[in-house]
Design a protein around this ligand. Structure first.
Ligand SMILES: [Zn+2]
Ligand SMILES: [Zn+2]
Length: 338
């Protein structure tokens, strides 16, 4: 089902369908980095291509560099717990989240600057009693700002306190290990995908799904604020990807970039639109159809495009109707197992 010949036969061009207002070309592609036999040229072009056009990782890097260069507390100041630097980190995180999520929400949903063009799901944001305040947007803003940003900030405060005291391996300067400095940004991207897959599978265990992850899955059609609308238990796990920096030597910029990628990345990936159009021109890749399929069909695409873990473990939905039939059968099998 996954070889190139079959993919050619099943190819569906990007556009509208019975199910979607817009879908990208199907079957959706994954990163070629883990393809067998290896495709080094395709892998390299995929890895570098991300940085050569306006993509969410470029945006995360911009936010991270700005925050680190102009706003971040100095390392020595973070050796002692004090409300000053803790509040400073909280304010930066709060500001970055509100800035990006509000900008995308206002542009795409309130002022509808690209109408329905490139929007995956036909439905608008919902007003339904299944949401807190019976309103999807307010529900999403509430869980993002009241639980998401504080828990995200708490993980960062913990890391920087420990890092400033030298209790974990840190990189004092870039010139000490320039190769590692660059390489780690690439590693972070794969680590994020790997970590997300496993914590996501964990919270799909029925008890955890019912009591924790269900809150995020109330969103079927999603918007920028939906990405971080999670239960506090899920936030705690989601941001625990930071633990890699307690083990591997990290520069503050690695940590800030990684944490911004987790937070702002979810804002982009749940934007509900494949790309943002400015004056009809594609400006930035935004939504993830891979994850949009997860919100529609639940028991598929637990990971992300970087590592094909879903393909390896039989839960990959590539967007085609054949995949929908396969995933529905899988869901029935899982339900029968209880
Ligand atoms: Zn989601
Ligand atoms: Zn899920």
């Amino acid at each position: 089902m996954t070889d190139a010949k079959n993919d050619d036969a099943r190819r569906v061009p990007a556009g509208k369908s019975r199910v979607w207002n817009y879908h990208p070309a199907l079957p959706i592609s994954m990163s070629p980095v883990f393809d067998l036999p290896p495709k080094p040229r395709a892998a390299l072009s995929w890895l570098l291509g991300t940085w050569l056009r306006l993509t969410p990782p470029v945006s995360h890097m911009f936010f991270a560099v700005m925050a680190y260069a102009f706003l971040w507390p100095a390392m020595p100041a973070m050796q002692e717990f004090s409300w000053g630097w803790i509040a400073q980190i909280c304010a930066i995180n709060f500001g970055a989240t509100v800035l990006l999520a509000s900008a995308l929400h206002l542009y795409l949903f309130v002022y509808s600057q690209q109408d329905m063009r490139l929007k995956f799901d036909i439905r608008p944001m919902e007003k339904s009693p299944r949401f807190t305040f019976s309103n999807q947007t307010w529900d999403n803003i509430f869980w993002t700002l009241v639980s998401g940003v504080p828990i995200w900030s708490a993980w960062m405060v913990l890391y920087f306190w420990v890092g400033a005291n030298g209790w974990v391996p840190t990189m004092g300067s870039i010139s000490a290990a320039p190769f590692w400095f660059v390489a780690f940004f690439f590693i972070i991207r794969f680590w994020q995908s790997f970590h997300f897959y496993w914590i996501h599978r964990l919270i799909h265990i029925p008890w955890l799904f019912k009591n924790v992850h269900h809150l995020h899955h109330r969103n079927i059609s999603v918007g920028p604020w939906s990405g971080l609308a999670m239960h506090p238990g899920e936030h705690l796990l989601y941001y625990s990807g930071i633990l890699i920096h307690f083990v591997l030597p990290s520069h503050p910029l690695h940590v800030i970039f990684h944490m911004f990628a987790l937070n702002l990345g979810a804002v982009y990936s749940h934007s509900g639109f494949d790309k943002v159009l400015v004056r009809n021109r594609e400006t930035i890749k935004a939504g993830s159809f891979h994850h949009q399929l997860h919100h529609k069909y639940f028991e598929c695409n637990y990971g992300s495009e970087e590592i094909p873990l879903d393909r390896w473990f039989g839960s990959f939905h590539d967007g085609t109707e054949a995949a929908t039939t396969y995933i529905r059968a899988r869901k029935k099998r899982l339900a029968a197992k209880g």
